[in-house]
Design a protein around this ligand. Structure first.
Ligand code: WT7
Length: 670
C-alpha cells in the first residue's frame, strides 16, 4: 500500500481529505505476539473489553480501586467531587508523591535495584539505586527547607537531563512545594515569563548543559531571566560542566554546598490529595502560555496505572522514554509513572545523533533497554539517517515500542515496527495532552490488535467521544471534535492564576446543557472508524504541532511583532517530512523597512531569543498586506491553504481585499 510520508495536520486545510482517505485505506493489522500476551498484565482483547465495560459501569469505583495501589497516610472520604468544571479526586486523603516513588520501594530487595541509569552525552554513566535516589532526594528536600521554601511555594527548575533534575522535582514533591519545570531549551524571556506567572521563590538551574558536544550556558540565561523576577529569593546552581559562573552573593548558592552536606533523613509532608504537585506551561491558541496545574492523588493514580498497563511494565524491564523532563511526557513517563512502579529508568542527556546517528541504538544495546518510548518526529529523523545505523546494533533486548506527541504516519510506524522492533515488538501509539496528565487513548500491548496510525481506543476508566459542534455523536468515519465526557483523575485542575481562561479554553465549546453535564474539549479533531478506533486529525485551533511539541501561533506572532521592523505577522503550518509541521511566518514590515534575507534571518533569531529555537519559523515570507476579514481578523485559513497547496480556493467571500491574496499567490509562484 502506498502511504505518504506526512499529511496535513490542519483540519481546515484542503489536504485533510487526502489524509483521511489515505488512512482509511489502511488495512494492515498487527495482533500482539502470543508469547507477549501470555506474560502481559492484560493478555487478550476479551479481557480488555471486559475491563473497559466494568470500568464504564462505574468509572469512579474503577479509579478508586486504582488509587488503593498507592500509599496513603490517610484514606480519602470522597472519591470524586465534581462541580462543573472543577474536579477533586480522593478528597480528604493525604499522600506524598516522593514517598510513592521512593520510600515504598525501600522495604524489600528493590532498594538496591537501579532506579535511574543516566548516560551523559560525553559517555559518562551514573546509576542510582532506589536507596541512593531516596537519600539524594531527602538531602535536596532538607536543603530547600533550609532555604525557607514552604509548603505551597513554587520552585522553578530550569535544567537539562541530569539526575539532579529528577532529584529536584522529587525534593519539591516531598516537602509540598509545587514545581514548575521550564524546558532547558527555552530562552531567558520564556523563563522569565514562566517564573513571574507562577510566582516562583527559588530557581534551580545548572551552570551549563551539554548539547552536541558543546556547553549551552543555563546559569547566564537564568541570570538574565531573573533580573525582572521579583519573587525569586534564591538560585541553586548545579555544577554540571565545571564552568565558571557569576554567583550573586546572598542569592545564588551551589547545589553541592547546600545539598551534599544536608541530612539524608527527611520526614515527608503529608499532603492533601488535591495539593498542587506541579505547574507546567503549554502553548495555547491565544497570547501567553497556560500554566497547567496538576495536583497529587488523582495524578499519581492515573499515571501509575497507565504506566503499568500501557507499557506492560515487568520487574526486569529497562525502560527508556526519550522525552525531556521539561515536557509533560518527561513528568509522567520519565519520572512519576516508572518510579512509582519501581522500574529501572534510562535517561540520556544529549542529542540522538551525537557523536553519530546511532546513539539511541548504542544506548539500547549497551543497557539492554526493553521498552523504548519516543515521538514520531524522532522516528522520521531516524528513518532519514538510514537503517544502517540501527542495523549495526543488537536490539534484541527490546520488547515494546511506544510513540507520543502527534499522529504517526503509517510509513514511520512500519519502519519503527520492522527496523527497530525487528517485527516482534508491539507498538503503543499513545494519545494524551499536557492537560490530561496521563495517557487517555492507547492500545494495551498484550491485548490490542493495532493498525498503523491510530491510538485505537480509550483506556479503561476513560470516556471519550467524537461529536459534532452541536454535541450529537458523529457517525463512523465522520470527522468531528474529540471530547472527554467524564472527569478523570489526572485531569488538569485549572490554569494557574486564570480560572476564566480554563473555563474558556476547555469547557465553553460543550457547556452544561439539558443533554449532558458539560464536556472537556481537547482541541483535537478526530474520527472513529467502523472498528471504534480513534484517528486524530489534528488541532482545530491556532495551535500547531511541530516535532511533537505544541506551539501557539499567537505566541510566535507576538514575538515577531515585538521586533522593531515588523508591523504584522501571521504564522501558519505546512506539512514537513520530519517535523510533522514546519512554521511559515507571513510578515508585513513597518514604513521604511526593506525585506531581505538578512532580515529574515534576524527575525528567525529574534523568535529564538524570545521563545527558544523550537519556535523558529522555517520560512519568513514578506508581504505587502495580510488577508483580512472586513472586521480586521487575519484569515489564517487562507494562508494555511496557500502554504500547503499553493492556492487558496476556499471561501473568500469574507475577505476585505481580494487583491491581497492574489499578490501573495503570485509571490508563491515566483
Ligand atoms: C497534543 C497534545 C502528550 C504528550 C506530548 C504532547 C497531539 C499527542 C498524540 C497521538 C495523535 C497526538 C494532539 C494533542 N498528540 N499524542 N498519539 N496521536 N496526536 O503533549 O504538547 O500537550 O500536545 O498532541 O494534538 O492534543 P502536548
Amino acid at each position: 500500500m502506498a502511504t505518504r510520508a506526512s499529511g496535513s495536520r490542519n483540519t481546515t486545510s484542503s489536504s485533510d481529505a487526502d489524509r483521511i482517505s489515505s488512512v482509511l485505506s489502511e488495512k494492515r493489522r498487527f495482533a500482539p505476539p502470543a508469547a507477549f500476551s501470555a506474560a502481559a498484565h492484560v493478555g487478550s482483547a476479551r479481557a480488555l473489553s471486559a475491563l473497559r465495560a466494568a470500568a464504564s459501569a462505574n468509572v469512579v469505583a474503577f479509579w478508586e480501586e486504582k488509587a488503593r495501589d498507592l500509599l496513603w497516610f490517610r484514606h480519602w472520604k470522597k472519591p470524586l467531587v465534581w462541580k462543573h468544571p472543577h474536579a477533586q479526586w480522593f478528597v480528604g486523603g493525604t499522600t506524598n508523591a516522593s514517598v510513592n516513588c521512593l520510600d515504598r520501594h525501600l522495604g524489600g530487595w528493590r532498594r538496591t535495584k537501579a532506579a535511574l541509569i543516566w548516560e551523559g552525552e560525553m559517555g559518562e554513566v551514573r546509576t542510582l539505586t532506589y536507596q541512593q535516589l531516596h537519600g539524594q532526594v531527602c538531602k535536596a528536600a532538607n536543603a530547600l527547607l533550609k532555604l525557607g521554601v514552604q509548603r505551597g511555594d513554587v520552585v522553578a527548575i530550569y535544567m537539562g537531563m541530569v539526575p539532579e533534575t529528577v532529584i529536584a522535582m522529587l525534593a519539591c514533591a516531598r516537602i509540598g512545594a509545587t514545581h514548575n519545570v521550564i524546558f532547558g531549551g527555552f530562552s531567558s524571556e520564556a523563563v522569565r515569563e514562566r517564573i513571574n506567572d507562577s510566582g516562583a521563590v527559588v530557581l534551580i538551574t545548572q551552570d551549563a548543559t551539554v548539547r552536541r558536544g558543546s556547553f549551552v550556558e543555563l546559569k547566564s540565561a537564568a541570570d538574565a531571566a531573573v533580573k525582572k523576577c521579583p519573587t525569586i529569593r534564591h538560585m541553586v546552581v548545579l555544577s554540571r560542566c565545571g564552568i565558571h559562573c557569576t554567583m550573586k552573593r546572598g542569592r545564588d548558592l551551589w547545589w553541592h554546598d547546600v545539598v551534599d552536606g544536608a541530612s539524608p533523613i527527611n520526614e515527608p509532608a503529608q499532603l492533601d490529595a488535591e495539593h498542587p504537585l506541579f505547574i507546567l506551561y503549554t502553548s495555547g491558541s491565544t497570547g501567553k502560555p497556560k500554566g497547567i496545574l496538576h495536583t497529587t492523588g488523582g495524578y499519581l493514580t492515573q499515571v501509575a496505572y497507565t504506566t503499568r498497563m500501557v507499557f506492560d511494565l515487568q520487574e526486569d524491564d529497562v525502560y527508556f522514554c526519550t522525552a525531556d523532563v521539561g515536557w509533560i511526557t518527561g513528568h509522567s513517563y520519565v519520572v512519576y509513572g516508572p518510579l512509582m512502579n519501581g522500574a529501572t529508568v534510562m535517561i540520556y542527556e544529549g542529542v540522538p545523533n551525537y557523536p553519530a546517528p546511532d546513539r539511541m541504538w548504542d544506548i539500547i544495546e549497551r543497557h539492554a533497554v526493553s521498552i523504548f518510548y519516543t515521538a514520531p518526529t524522532a522516528i522520521r529523523s531516524f528513518m532519514k539517517w538510514g537503517e544502517e545505523w540501527p542495523n549495526r546494533h543488537d536490539l534484541s533486548s527490546l520488547r515494546l515500542l511506544g510513540t507520543v506527541g502527534e499522529p504517526i504516519n503509517p510509513e514511520a510506524w512500519m519502519w519503527y515496527h520492522s527496523v527497530i522492533g525487528g517485527g516482534r515488538c508491539p507498538i503503543v501509539d499513545t494519545w494524551w495532552q499536557t492537560e490530561t496528565g496521563a495517557i487517555m487513548i492507547s492500545p494495551l500491548p498484550g491485548a490490542t490488535t493495532t493498525t498503523p496510525g491510530t491510538a485505537t481506543k480509550p483506556l479503561p476508566g476513560i470516556e471519550v467521544d467524537v461529536v459534532r459542534k452541536d454535541g450529537t455523536p458523529c457517525k463512523s468515519n465522520e470527522g468531528g471534535l474529540l471530547v472527554v465526557k467524564h472527569p478523570w483523575p489526572s485531569m488538569l485542575r485549572t490554569i494557574y492564576g486564570n480560572d476564566e481562561r480554563y473555563r474558556a479554553a476547555y469547557w465553553s465549546e460543550f457547556p452544561k446543557s439539558r443533554n449532558h453535564p458539560g464536556w472537556y474539549f481537547t482541541g483535537d479533531g478526530a474520527r472513529r472508524d467502523a472498528d471504534g478506533n480513534i484517528w486524530i486529525i489534528g488541532r482545530v485551533d491556532d495551535v500547531v504541532n511541530v516535532s511533537g511539541h505544541r506551539l501557539g501561533t499567537a505566541e510566535i506572532e507576538s514575538a515577531l511583532v515585538s521586533h522593531p521592523r515588523v508591523a504584522e505577522a501571521a504564522v501558519v503550518a505546512r506539512p514537513d517530512e520530519v517535523k510533522g509541521n514546519a512554521l511559515v511566518a507571513f510578515v508585513t514590515l513597518k514604513g521604511s523597512a526593506k525585506a531581505s534575507t538578512a532580515l529574515s534571518e534576524e527575525l528567525r533569531a529574534h523568535v529564538a531569543k524570545e521563545i527558544g529555537p523550537i519556535a523558529k519559523p522555517e520560512e519568513i515570507r514578506f508581504a505587502e498586506a495580510l488577508p483580512k476579514t472586513r472586521s480586521g481578523k487575519i484569515m489564517r485559513r487562507l494562508l494555511r491553504e496557500l502554504v500547503t497547496s499553493g492556492t487558496a480556493k476556499g471561501d473568500v467571500t469574507t475577505l476585505e481585499d481580494a487583491g491581497v491574496l492574489e499578490r501573495l499567490r503570485m509571490q508563491e509562484e515566483e
